[in-house]
Design a protein around this ligand. Structure first.
Ligand SMILES: Cc1cc2nc3c(=O)[nH]c(=O)nc-3n(C[C@H](O)[C@H](O)[C@H](O)COP(=O)(O)OP(=O)(O)OC[C@H]3O[C@@H](n4cnc5c(N)ncnc54)[C@H](O)[C@@H]3O)c2cc1C
Length: 392
């Protein structure tokens, strides 16, 4: 066993999740992909073993084990099934606005339900005309007596139709750009919240991705998270902390594909020997393993930083790098895994075909990788670096 940065307690949790992934989750992965059905049975497995509680504080019904532990759990689950790994990642995505900017009352109402997994969470930012450009959103919220009335529609929302609670971003001042956006917590059964089309898609097929409409939807005024106009800041602070969850999903997919390709390469023979003994195949496996390990380094570093309370530009940069690198690695590594299996890699009978399709989304959602590169470059330019060889 190689170097392991986790503490004894963290290793125990990882072992539990690894066992669940191997014994309960992996046997369901191909079927979930085939049917596209949301895996409620696996949600139940995660509930039973208190896995939803990992990123929640004990006072809110969680295990108080922090961000790194959550990332490790998402990675382990995603090695077996990326759809189920996403369930864990989106629980954190949907809970973070409450954790970061919610009132005590809001936290007490929602966080214990999310920590137990009784309710699933969703995060509703994207709209048909606003993905990377969130300020272009058109959903509005206007104050009327003791309520905010929401009108508009969100698109591509993970957990649409299965979430019990939605973190929703809407414009309280439609003319004010970023500073006109506010954040709300909206319960799924609020009259006027309606679920539209659930999208058929390339991968993570068991996860619902759908439209959420607000038609004269009255959320109590007390459901505003933070102050009016602070929504964009909240959205970005949430994504800084949630994005590495997608990195963890990506890394799990990549490591799962590497492990599968290795076993296959040991047993498949051509020209009189296992293909792992052909140097070109061995080199692919070595590169795949090295990329996974490098991605894990960035990801766990982010987890440690978050658990130590690092904030601001340093956290933003580490978050963007972890998400960017893990997801690019996932795409590269799964493509190579398919190659190592040859024709069999292209067949549904083998899991690497699914893993390659699942990997693609990790380069797109929670901020595309182009946007991550912009963020990293912006922080590089902003940082006051001294160079040994000044330019000019
Ligand atoms: C399966 C799935 C699940 C999702 N889940 C959620 C969810 O739960 N909640 C939610 O709010 N959203 C969710 N999304 C939305 C997702 O975050 C967006 O699709 C993503 O941020 C990109 O936005 P867009 O699709 O509008 O693409 P666009 O913003 O239109 O981008 C199109 C292309 O242009 C590039 N681009 C855009 N602007 C720039 C720029 N300034 N510089 C360089 N390149 C640029 C992009 O990188 C991309 O390649 C989900 C999407 C999918 C597919």
């Amino acid at each position: 066993m190689g170097y392991d940065p986790l503490s004894e307690d963290q290793r125990e949790v990882r072992e539990l999740v690894r066992t669940l992934a191997r014994e309960r989750i992996a046997p369901r992965a191909a079927e979930i992909d085939e049917t596209g059905e949301f895996p409620w049975d696996l949600v139940e497995v995660l509930r039973e073993h208190e896995i939803f509680g990992l990123p929640f504080e004990e006072r809110h019904g969680g295990t108080g084990t922090g961000t790194l532990m959550l990332l490790v759990a998402i990675e382990e689950v995603s090695k077996a099934c990326a759809t189920t790994g996403l369930v864990l990642a989106v629980q954190e995505l949907g809970a973070l606005a409450l954790k970061l900017a919610g009132t005590d009352e809001q936290r007490e109402r929602y966080l214990p339900r999310l920590a137990s997994g009784e309710w699933l969470a969703a995060y509703a930012l994207t709209e048909p005309g606003s993905g990377s450009d969130s300020a272009a959103m058109r959903t509005t919220a206007r104050r009327e007596d003791d309520a905010y009335v929401l009108d508009g529609g969100k698109r591509f929302i993970t957990n649409a139709g299965v979430a019990g609670v939605y973190t929703v971003f809407a414009k309280t001042d439609p003319d004010a750009g970023h500073s006109g956006i506010s954040c709300f917590v909206v319960e799924a059964d609020t009259p006027g919240l309606e679920i539209g089309r659930i999208e058929p898609k390339m991968g993570i097929k068991g996860s619902t991705t759908g439209e959420v409409f607000f038609n004269d939807c009255r959320a109590p005024a007390g459901n505003l998270i933070g102050e009016e106009g602070e929504g964009f800041k909240v959205a970005m602070r949430v994504l800084d902390r949630s994005r590495p969850g997608i990195g963890a999903q990506a890394l799990g997919i990549a490591q799962g594909a590497t492990d599968y390709a290795l076993e296959y390469a040991k047993s498949r023979e051509t020209m009189g020997k296992p293909i792992v003994e052909h140097e070109l195949v061995a080199a692919k496996l070595a590169d795949m393993e090295t990329k996974c390990e490098a991605a894990r380094g960035l990801l766990y570093r982010f987890g440690l930083m978050a658990d130590e309370g690092v904030d601001g530009p340093e956290l933003t940069r580490a978050s963007a790098m972890a998400k960017l690198y893990c997801s690019d690695v996932a795409m590269e590594v799964t493509t190579e895994a398919v190659q190592i299996l040859g024709g069999y890699g292209y067949m549904k009978e083998y899991p690497v075909e699914r893993m390659m399709r699942d990997a693609k989304i990790t380069q797109i959602y929670e901020g595309t990788n182009e946007i991550q590169r912009l963020v990293i470059a912006r922080e590089m330019v902003r940082a006051n670096r001294t160079s040994l060889a000044p330019v000019g």
